[in-house]
Design a protein around this ligand. Structure first.
Ligand code: ADP
Length: 997
């Protein structure tokens, strides 16, 4: 039993053990009394008194606590020979080892031998009569007339002794007036007279005048429309059992109960219990629908069996499952329970704490469906307290249940607080029937209200699948399984859905998540090894060019630049092709490594190309290369020939460049997409650098690479200025070698970031961020103003930026020299304005996101981003990277109202940190892995079990295991099933993988 978490843990601790020994009958009102005073309001005295609780008499203690002792039930003295199980300790007597004894005037306890004679049947009965089990495996049962027949069966089957007090109490109950009907039942069918009940009362449940018997006459057949028809004498136990099945209806015309075919298995079970006869075609259908599937043991084989092959899933339900993304039995098996509920330790309603997630078992006391407001309310009790559940827009929920049903509920507990009382409640929790077949550990699946697939539907389908599939093959190379101590795949699947203990489930999930990650990592590595096995160019860097370049720099390389250059250098000088991702935060100095890579090609008597996504960026990189290589000569003693190739290059000038590239007289081409046009050819392209690689498609990168010598793959360095979380780098870019510059050049002053949570005022000349901009301009510095993001079109974006610029010119930034850049300008026009800004002829550059990357004007010390809530973290971080490039202190001011919690979190993260890697992790957390660029082709979205947020370590293990396995068996020739799974998992995208550049 668990108690509400105490506000002062120690206050509760001493009494917990005492409380656990108290029979439920007494504990309930006591706890109810305790609960009346919120724990926070406990004084030391309360705690002390509680500690003494039950050391004196119950009544005394309760009086000590200042509570009303009348809340307690009055224990009824019973015969001296066997006093009941009293709470005051001294009078307790030994219970019979196995048997029934009186617990209170209204309840008995049952203790079974372990295991009971017929465990299944026993469990069925215990569930039926709402028995509660305590920690000592003693069952408590309310003495009710309708339970007595079941108790008799238990006594008979298990050879239980019954104490005389219990016998007396049961007898008394038996002779009392007829029990009220537990739940409404269908009318007794006039066409099938009930011989056991001489005077059947139509339209209500027959009065119990003689003990009901279990066997009854009846037949089960199919109707013409394929429904199941049950015709039988309506004995109470049968009616009871049948009405528990959802989807079952009484049909006057047929004079029997009708059920959909999906209920076949349940009805067959009931038929067996009650001795109903199954007609031949029913027998046959039952046989057909329970026989094992023919399948080859692979996951692919599971995918081939549609969900409709299951007896528990009819066409309608299959549609709902399909809505939910589950089409075959593989999909169903890969639905991972969100949590598990251990039936032996569920919470009691009285212990539920508002605001927390809870799982508990209770009984439906009342169902109130309000069709008008499309709302259903259930009252649930478990003997300890009551809770009400409300479902909105889900009238169908009312049809699933009947009063008296035992249900299992999980969800968030709320509290309704009125003036004089409080009540527990839940909105739209998960609720499912608890049936005889319910396992001791109940898996709770993610369910969808929209497609109306309940955890129970999934549970049933999965259970049927497991009983019909035979063994699933384990494709894992045995040495991997042993080395990392993984359980067998079949066991993992079974345990995940039908665990014996909750502890096992994590190991099972780990195994299945590992399989997915192993497939992913294997595919990536195979692709990587594929590239490496191609013919590459072995650069030789002993002509001193790269060395001279480094020596010419005004400062030494940072430690990170040095390390990364060493890694890249090794790749360049190796005989197989290099395929490397270079990542580093904005301003970390990636450009130098890129330029060094270009020079390496020239140093080895080859050519190099650098492709950037925008002209601004390409021009800037071109300028930097030209500047930094001044005075450096080629191995032939010639000046370096570097060209800029953009769409601006036309006519004769272009032809000259084409000729120079083709005959090898031009050493390096820096450019935009214009580089990959068909007639651009190189004599000997050996190194390719792609900046901002994610702005290019697979084909574009491949097109540039294809301009190398016939049959030889140039070395390739792809760069990204957007730091990528490690898990993403290992999945999205797992087929590349990765180098990371994780250190900033020295002397940077960190950028101060602030956020003004209101709409910017473009007219007013005072106030922030305009005051700060003016102040900085007065100091001789420059500023950027980034215009709001307009999603609709580039054109709208440009129009909006133009308008913003005009307003600022006339309003907030009146008197300053403003320039405007946006994506709709002609490249020349934009280049001209950029030049003016770079030369200091403009104070403020009003811009769209065209300045996001690459723009490097160290004199700019302030950037303000308007309507910041519309930008993502990565983009804001990139934009912020435009400042802080010089020695002066820089500032970023984000302006804009953020209404969503997500956008507020984004702004807060940016204000708190300038570390791009940290921000990328925050971004990932806020947006989820599905949002990573390029993930559609990455296979990350195929992960059903693994979760990259929580399985980071497992991802490392999978990478290592894939390396080990592929080292022994490079093509998985000895693990054909594994290979098949890799292809199946990545599907069509496998090709994209394998061809990804
Ligand atoms: P990234 O491309 O990673 O955003 P850049 O290569 O543009 O960064 O470098 C940012 C700034 O740092 C540039 O102005 C560059 O000249 C300067 N820088 C690069 N490496 C160093 C270094 N080792 N020491 C000092 N400054 C450096």
């Amino acid at each position: 039993m668990s108690l509400p978490p105490p506000s002062r843990p120690n206050a509760w601790q001493p009494i917990r053990s005492i409380l656990e020994d108290i029979p439920g009958e007494y504990l309930t009102p006591l706890l109810a009394a305790l609960a009346r005073k919120p724990l926070e309001e406990w004084t030391q005295r309360d705690a002390d008194n509680a500690t003494r609780l039950f050391q004196g008499s119950l009544r005394e203690t309760v009086e000590n606590l200042g509570w009303d002792p009348d809340l307690l039930p009055t224990p009824q003295p019973t015969t001296a020979s066997s006093p009941p199980h009293m709470p005051n300790g001294e009078q307790r007597t030994e219970l019979p080892t196995i048997g029934i004894s009186l617990l209170s005037p209204t309840s008995v306890t049952i203790r079974f031998a372990e295991p009971p004679a017929d465990p299944d049947e026993t469990r069925r009965i215990l569930t039926r009569i709402n028995a509660n089990r305590d920690l000592n495996k003693i069952w408590t049962i309310e003495i009710r007339k309708e339970h007595i027949e079941d108790l008799r069966t238990l006594v008979k089957d298990n050879k239980l002794s019954v104490t005389p007090e219990a016998v007396a109490a049961l007898k008394e109950a038996w002779n009392s007036s007829p029990a009220p009907a537990a739940r409404p039942a269908p009318p007794a069918p006039p066409a099938a007279p009930a011989p056991l009940f001489p005077t059947p009362a139509p339209a209500q449940i027959p009065a119990v005048t003689v003990p009901p018997v279990e066997r009854t006459n009846g037949r089960v057949s199919f109707t013409e429309r394929g429904q199941i028809l049950v015709k039988a004498a309506p004995t109470k136990p049968l009616v009871d059992a049948l009405t528990r099945l959802s989807g079952l209806r009484w049909n006057d015309h047929m004079a029997g109960w009708l059920a959909p075919q999906s209920r076949l298995a349940d009805i067959a079970a009931i038929s067996e219990t009650f001795g109903l006869t199954l007609e031949k075609e029913v027998e046959q259908a039952l046989h057909d629908r329970t026989k094992p599937f023919v399948f080859n043991g692979t996951l692919e084989g599971l995918r081939e069996i549609p969900l409709t092959a299951l007896a528990s899933v009819d066409a309608k339900k299959a549609e709902r499952f399909a809505d939910f993304g589950v089409e075959n039995i593989f999909d169903a098996l890969m639905l991972i329970p969100r949590r598990y509920i251990d039936r032996s330790s569920t919470q009691r309603i009285i212990d539920l704490v508002p605001g927390t997630d809870a799982a508990f078992i209770g009984k439906i006391d009342r169902i109130n469906a309000d069709a008008h407001r499309r709302m259903v309310r259930f009252d649930i009790t478990d003997g300890s307290a009551k809770i009400s559940l409300t479902y909105f827009n889900a009238l169908w929920q009312a049809k699933r249940f009947r009063i008296g049903d035992q249900v299992i509920i999980s969800g968030k507990v709320d509290e309704w607080v009125g003036e004089t009382r409080r009540a527990l409640q839940m909105a739209n929790p998960m609720m499912d029937p608890l049936t005889q077949e319910t396992l001791p550990i109940i898996p709770i699946y993610p369910q969808s209200d929209k497609s109306r697939v309940t955890t129970w539907d999934i549970h049933q389908a999965v259970k049927e699948i497991l009983s019909r599939i035979g063994t699933i093959i384990d494709p894992l190379p045995p040495f991997i399984k042993e080395r990392y101590n993984f359980m067998d795949r079949h066991d993992a699947i079974r345990i995940m859905h039908t665990p014996d203990t909750v502890q096992q489930t994590e190991d099972a999930r780990t195994r299945l998540a590992f399989d997915e990650l192993l497939c992913l990592q294997s595919a990536l590595l195979m692709s990587k090894y594929g590239v490496e096995s191609e013919q590459g160019i072995q650069h030789s860097l002993d002509n001193g060019m790269t060395e001279q370049f480094i020596n010419n720099l005004p400062w030494p390389l940072t430690g990170a630049q040095d390390r990364v250059w060493w890694e890249v250098r090794n790749g360049l000088t190796a005989s197989h092709p290099m395929h490397r991702l270079l990542q580093g935060d904005v301003g970390s100095g990636k450009t130098l490594v890129a330029l060094l890579t270009l020079l390496s090609a020239v140093e080895s008597d080859h050519q190099a190309a650098l492709m950037a996504p925008t002209e601004i960026l390409a021009t800037q990189l071109y300028n930097e290369l030209v500047e930094r290589t001044e005075g450096i000569l080629t191995p032939y003693g010639e000046a370096l020939k570097i060209v800029l190739v953009t769409n601006k290059l036309r006519g004769k000038a272009r032809q000259a460049v084409l000729d120079g590239l083709a005959d090898g007289s031009i050493n390096v081409a820096v450019g935009t997409h214009a580089l990959i046009v068909g007639d651009v050819n190189f004599r000997s392209l050996s190194a390719v650098v792609i900046d901002e690689q994610h702005r290019f498609g697979v084909e574009q990168r491949a097109a540039l690479r294809a301009k190398g010598p016939e049959g030889i793959r140039p070395d390739m360095l792809v760069m990204t200025a957007t730091p990528i979380p490690r898990t993403a780098a290992m999945t999205v870019f797992g087929d590349l070698d990765v180098s990371v510059i994780d250190e900033m050049p020295p002397g940077r002053t960190p950028i101060k970031t602030s956020w003004i949570d209101k709409a910017p005022d473009l007219d007013g000349m005072f106030g922030e961020p305009w005051d700060t901009i003016r102040r900085e301009v007065d100091k001789g510095h420059q500023a950027y103003v980034v215009c709001p993001l307009v999603e609709e079109s580039e054109k709208m974006q440009a129009a909006n930026a133009t308008e913003t610029c005009e307003e600022l010119r006339e309003g907030a930034l009146y008197g300053l020299r403003l320039g405007l850049v946006h994506g709709q300008q002609k490249p020349e026009e934009r280049g001209e304005i950029m030049n003016q800004f770079r030369n200091g002829d403009l104070d403020v550059l009003v811009a769209t996101t065209v300045i996001e990357v690459g723009v490097n004007v160290p004199n700019s010390t302030i950037i303000t981003i308007l309507d910041c809530g519309r930008f993502g973290i990565a983009q804001l971080h990139q934009l912020r990277g435009r400042v802080g490039r010089g020695r002066a202190e820089s500032e970023c001011i984000l302006v804009g109202r953020c209404t969503s919690q997500d956008s507020r979190s984004r702004m807060e993260a940016l204000c708190a940190s300038t570390d791009g890697f940290y921000l990328s992790e925050v971004d990932l957390e806020l947006r989820g892995h599905g949002s990573l660029f390029g993930t559609a082709q990455s296979g990350v979205s195929d992960l059903k079990v693994a979760d990259l947020n929580t399985d980071k370590k497992l991802l490392d293990v999978a990478r290592r295991a894939a390396e080990e396995a592929l080292a022994l068996d490079p093509n998985y020739a000895n693990s054909p099933e594994l290979k098949q799974e890799i292809i199946a998992m990545l599907g069509e995208s496998a090709e994209a993988w394998l061809g990804k550049s």
